[in-house]
Write a protein that binds this ligand. Structure first.
Ligand SMILES: Cc1ncc(C[n+]2csc(CCOP(=O)(O)OP(=O)(O)O)c2C)c(N)n1
Ligand SMILES: [Mg+2]
Length: 891
């Protein structure tokens, strides 16, 4: 122990000391810059001598901001402590009371208990409200800490006692408080849903980048507004949490600050029992180019570090595993002395004049407002790169023996009377022993110092946070002229619906009202969708412009990056692109700007891959258009099993505000988009659109008269049969590219089998289904009144014949509406894994081509007793259908 490690390496400690002194002299006399240059020079020299320096992205396990560099805390620490204690109490009371009434209600005490100082310093000194003059800061609050945010809003006079009593009881009279941040449920309060962990850090980064985009495109003034994201340390295991951190540094986003609450615990136990989460995260963030500020130790540690001239204490703290550290937080002072300092007499000497009790209560940095303030201030002032603050805290701080730092603390919802008493006394809450059993909320009088202080601070910072307000003005949305050209058909020219959409996008980008606020977003598939002409038209956004000469500069459609470029070309990240969609789709509230996102992507990698983000977008009341490109299990030929999407229209069903369309023709898309812009940006509806577009080229017909309403409602008759007299009748439903198969089947049936069929374009099974269940529900509740008739039933009321539907999606999709059809509905679809093949082969394989539609029609006629089975059997041969082929669902 006594032996110096330098001697083992054969070096004289005296010699080392001389090196250190020379270095100190450089720092003193030449300054920091020179010291850095010197070290840099030595490092490259070492390298040229063949000495490989061990790599570390870590700094010692100490506060990044030394005591000498620490900004002075400007607040009234005593009164802020009182306020924080009251918030703590009310947050605790909210959960405890709710679970007393009904123990299944749940709620979290321990997350906020550890994050209280991190939040309160923000509320008192940093988070700026949104005013007419200043856009305000954007704060993503750690979802499980929401009781603390509610408790503070209660002190601020923004939430009533009744609301607090109804925490997690939202259906009670007068409403309650949602469990977590949900703008859908509390649209005047929460702005960002954060509780599905991992989403908020990624959304926050793209939000910060979107803010820059708005500035660089002169859609808003450049300000020093910040995006703050409060995360859990366990949350960093979600791949999304760290997934975009290099974007933030690459883009020099000094407008984002992550605060990671490192309480070393997650739900079941330690985040890194056998490691050190703070060091792991420091390495990851520093490696990615972030400014990293560690806030590990509270002020009472400062004197110890001052005495730690040879770095022994720093070394000891650096080698302790998180599992050990967690144990120390729940043990006695004597244990701390033994475990932390006991291994070296020099360490023991450092703490010999500190009693055990003082050792036990030495605070973590994240519980010390002075340390937290200094970190926030440094983060706020930092320029050129994003900042992450890694703050050490204790989970369940203040919850006493049963809760603090224990593995079970995350689940704790109740405190017994002793525990409540202890908490009350520790935080000085003016509630008597007799009242404890009831655990009342505590609100100081309006003229109390606490309330006055809160009011003054929030006023100075521009109002309350969080608060959500729609500040954009409605658009006029008079776009008849813009969309007119798409209603007249392509005059025989073969185009895909994707090409048609891109044509509309090009026009929208030229429109005087919406041209500037359209935000095209694409994850590295612009060429796939034929969007390269837009590169030149509006440019690709790059905060640096274009610093190089692009390889294709001599071509017309070169890869043009520009500082005011409009396209968000996100690279291969559907999650990141969706986060941009969310930022743009909610800017009407966040910024009061009606940006209209058009996010176009490979359809299989949307609802299937990033549905949780889409769910969050819906919760946030996002507006905009998502376009699933190269859609359709049999329409996207060649790409095979992972790419061919026959699922997304089913996956769109659960998202309440998403309107999903599978259009076949250009005019259908034009009608849907024009109406969508009107509904969302003029009428202010909180909906968004999912439209599948395909890459199969075919002639676009002109829009028949009188079908607009049907397109929007989900179905309309596209081509009636010419022969009304036939006894053999059918109604064929087609969607997307498969509509053309239905049209071909109409011909086959007429020519070969004397069946006269009408063909319907079903643009949205989801819309039909939603309408049907809505009508059904109303009827259930109003049996004495005239029943409502679902739109599907209305359409088919006077129709004759058998019903056959075919789509490029699961058979379940048409089945959704079969309850409201006047007769049985036969459903063809693409259940099963895709294949790499041609369209024709795929449609045969999945049994959705014209032949199968014709066969299904004949079979239905046979079932109805209208034709003999022999005709159906003969059709199998005539149509060259292999009736022994394996079921695509199982093959
Ligand atoms: C995507 C997702 N998975 C799981 C959960 C359930 N869950 C809620 S809190 C929690 C632990 C959180 O630990 P941490 O991030 O360290 O936050 P702390 O409460 O410790 O501050 C888990 C697993 C969730 N909310 N979201
Ligand atoms: Mg944690």
């Amino acid at each position: 122990m006594e032996q110096d490690s330098t001697k083992v390496l054969g070096m004289d400690p005296q010699e080392i000391q001389e090196w250190v002194e020379s270095f100190d002299q450089v720092v003193r006399e030449e300054g920091q810059e020179s010291a850095i240059t010197l070290l840099d020079r030595l490092r490259s020299h070492a390298q040229s001598c063949g000495i490989a320096l061990p790599f570390t992205a870590n700094t010692p396990y100490l506060n990044t901001i030394s005591f000498e560099k620490q900004a002075i805390f400007p607040g009234d620490q005593e009164i802020e402590r009182r306020i924080k204690s009251l918030v703590r109490w009310n947050a605790l009371a909210m959960v405890v009371r709710a679970n007393r009434v009904d123990h299944s209600i749940g709620g979290h005490i321990s997350t906020y208990a550890s994050a209280a100082t991190l939040f309160e310093v923000g509320f008192n000194h940093f988070f700026r409200g949104r005013t007419d003059e200043f856009e305000g800061d954007t704060v993503y609050f750690q979802g499980h800490a929401s009781p603390g945010v509610y408790a503070r809003a209660f002190l601020e006079g923004r939430l009533s006692l009744k609301k607090l009593e109804n925490f997690r009881r939202e259906l009670r009279e007068g409403g309650g408080l949602s469990s977590y941040p949900h703008p859908w449920l509390m649209p005047d309060f929460w702005e960002f849903p954060t509780v599905s962990m991992g989403l908020s850090p990624l959304m926050a980064i793209y939000q910060a980048r979107f803010n820059r985009y708005l500035e660089d495109r002169s859609l808003k003034p450049r300000t020093d507004a910040k995006v703050w994201a409060f995360l859990g340390d366990g949350e960093t295991d979600e791949p999304e949490t760290l997934g975009a951190i290099t974007l933030a540094s690459r883009e020099n986003l000094d407008n984002i600050i992550f605060v990671i609450n490192c309480n070393l615990q997650r739900l079941d136990g330690p985040v890194r029992g056998n490691g050190k989460i703070v060091q792991e995260l420091e390495a990851a963030f520093r490696g990615a180019g972030w400014n990293c500020i560690k806030v590990l130790w509270g002020s009472d540690w400062d004197p110890l570090f001052e005495r730690d001239t040879d770095g022994l204490l720093a070394k000891r703290l650096g080698e302790m595993l998180d599992g050990e550290t967690q144990k120390i937080s729940v043990e006695s002072g004597a244990y701390v002395r033994q475990q932390v300092f006991g291994g070296d007499p020099r360490l023991l000497k450092m703490v010999e004049d500190l009693p055990d009790e003082a050792l036990r209560t030495m605070r973590q940095g994240g519980h010390d407002p002075r340390k937290v303030y200094a970190a926030y201030k440094a983060a706020f002032e930092h320029k050129g790169s994003p900042t992450v603050i890694l703050a050490r805290t204790i989970k369940g701080y203040g919850l006493g023996e049963s809760g603090e730092g224990r593995n079970i603390t995350h689940q704790q919802k109740k405190l017994n009377e002793d525990e409540l008493r202890e908490f009350r006394s520790r935080f000085g809450i003016p509630i008597s022993d007799e009242q404890l059993a009831e655990t009342p909320f505590y609100l100081p009088p309006e003229d109390s110092r606490e309330i006055q202080y809160i009011r003054a601070r929030r006023q100075a910072l521009g109002g309350y946070v969080p608060a959500r307000k729609v500040r954009s003005k409605p658009l006029v949305a008079d776009h008849d002229a813009l969309f007119r050209e798409f209603l007249t058909g392509s005059e025989g020219r073969e185009v895909s619906t994707t090409m048609a959409f891109v044509g509309m996008l090009r026009q929208m980008l030229r429109d005087p009202e919406i041209g500037k606020v359209v935000v095209p977003i694409v994850p590295d598939e612009a060429r796939t969708f034929g969007m390269e002409s837009l590169f030149r038209q509006v440019g690709i956004y790059s905060s640096r412009g274009q610093l190089y000469e692009p390889v294709d500069v001599h071509t017309l459609l070169y890869y043009k990056e520009a500082k005011d470029g409009q396209i968000l070309e996100e690279g291969i990240t559907e999650a990141g692109s969706m986060a941009s969609f969310i930022a743009a789709g909610s800017a009407y509230a966040t910024h009061g700007i009606n940006t209209i996102p058009f996010f176009i992507y490979y359809s299989m990698f949307g609802l299937q891959r990033i549905s949780d983000f889409i769910w969050a977008a819906a919760d946030m009341r996002c507006r905009g258009f998502m376009l699933g490109g190269t859609a359709g299990r049999t329409t996207l030929a060649g790409e095979g099993l992972q790419h061919q999407d026959g699922n997304s229209h089913i996956l769109a069903l659960p998202i309440p505000t998403m309107r999903a369309y599978d259009p076949a023709f250009a005019y259908e898309i034009a009608v849907i988009i024009q109406d969508g812009i009107r509904r969302m940006y003029k009428d202010g509806e909180n909906i968004f659109y999912y439209i599948t577009v395909m890459n199969e080229p075919y002639a676009m017909p002109p829009m028949p008269a009188g079908v607009k309403d049907g397109i929007l409602k989900g179905m309309y008759k596209f081509r009636a049969s010419e022969n009304k007299k036939s006894k053999l009748r059918a109604q064929l439903f087609g969607s997307g590219a498969i509509l053309r198969e239905a049209l071909q089947a109409q011909e086959i049936l007429r020519e070969k089998y004397g069946v006269s069929a009408d063909v319907w374009s079903v643009t949205s099974y989801k819309a039909l289904y939603t309408d049907g269940i809505d009508a059904e529900r109303w009827n259930l509740l109003h049996s004495g009144e005239n029943p409502r008739v679902p739109y599907v039933s209305q359409c088919l009321a006077d129709s004759d014949g058998v019903l056959v539907a075919a789509s490029d999606y699961l058979k379940a999709l048409p089945n959704l509406i079969s309850r409201w059809t006047p007769r049985r509905l036969a459903s063809l679809g693409t259940d099963g894994f895709g294949r790499s093949e041609s369209r024709a082969a795929l449609r045969d394989f999945f049994e959705v081509d014209a032949r199968f539609i014709a066969l299904a029609t004949l079979y239905e006629l046979f079932r109805e007793g209208k034709i003999e089975s022999a005709i159906v059997q003969k059709a199998v041969k005539e149509l060259e259908i292999n009736n022994d082929k394996p079921n695509p669902l199982f093959s």
